[in-house]
Design a protein around this ligand. Structure first.
Ligand SMILES: NC(=O)c1ccc[n+]([C@@H]2O[C@H](COP(=O)([O-])OP(=O)(O)OC[C@H]3O[C@@H](n4cnc5c(N)ncnc54)[C@H](OP(=O)(O)O)[C@@H]3O)[C@@H](O)[C@H]2O)c1
Length: 212
């Protein structure tokens, strides 16, 4: 993946005190420092890149999830993402207008929702391993619908919107395939190469399209 394609001057990542959010901020800063010579302070105008990464993941099944589990998960994973987008929309619009570039790209203005393949209605029925995160999957399916609406409604502002799956990333519990660095390098490479062709899409960290 070509991270050099990523030229966002200003970015906001929610849930960045640990995990993939923290790794993403580190790599965005590295990319910014590498390209510092390309920018002056006047280049920062509005917000280029908004990443909805914050998530909660209660370990509950369809049979054990409580009303509170469902509400808390939706509050952070769907409603939180919606209102972060609404709050920062004026800044995204400013960046899109200020860019003066045609089309859509993340160095102009973009909303990236970090989703999961476990929200895919095609993927879940064929998943072999048990996946005891029912409220999470349901909420991320809602987050995916949020990106469909957002992409449609913000098209007029030329703000690019996608959902992305970061891969299954190694945590203490193990069982996953890639580490955080590889996942974020992949996602930033994909994000940096986006155009209006991918607007409203659901991709993974390698750039492959995931079926809804
Ligand atoms: N790791 C994987 O294998 C994997 C796979 C598929 C998708 N994803 C997606 O990738 C993203 C990052 O996952 P991760 O593994 O890095 O998660 P994580 O380690 O559990 O980190 C979640 C982050 O979200 C923050 N957060 C939770 N609730 C919040 C709230 N109400 N307001 C603000 N921040 C809040 C947490 O802050 P606190 O520290 O304060 O709790 C933490 O910084 C998520 O969207 C997840 O769904 C991850």
């Amino acid at each position: 993946m070509n991270m050099a394609a990523l030229k966002a001057c200003s970015a906001l990542v929610s849930g960045a005190n640990r995990g993939l959010g923290l790794e993403m901020v580190k790599q965005l800063l590295e990319a910014l420092f590498r390209s510092l010579g390309l920018y002056t302070a006047q280049d920062v105008n509005g917000l280029n890149l908004l990443v909805n990464n914050a998530t909660v993941l209660p370990q509950k099944t369809m049979l054990t999830a409580t009303v509170e589990d469902m509400q808390n998960t939706f509050n952070t994973n769907v409603i939180g993402a919606l209102f972060v987008i609404r709050e920062y929309l004026p800044y995204l619009r400013t960046a899109a207008k200020a860019s003066g570039k045609p089309g859509m790209s993340c160095d102009k203005a973009a909303v990236i929702n970090i989703s999961t393949d476990s929200a895919s209605m095609s993927f879940m029925p064929v998943l072999k391993e048990p996946f005891p995160f029912f409220p999470y999957s349901i909420s991320k399916a809602g987050l995916n619908m949020l990106i469909i609406y957002t992409a449609r409604d913000l098209k007029v502002d030329e703000i690019l919107c996608i959902s992305i799956h970061p891969g299954w990333v190694r945590r203490d519990m193990g069982g996953a395939s890639i580490d955080a660095r590889e996942s974020v390098e992949g996602m930033l490479g994909v994000i940096g190469s986006l155009t209006e062709k991918q607007n409203g899409g659901f991709l993974d960290y390698t750039g492959e399209t995931i079926p809804w």
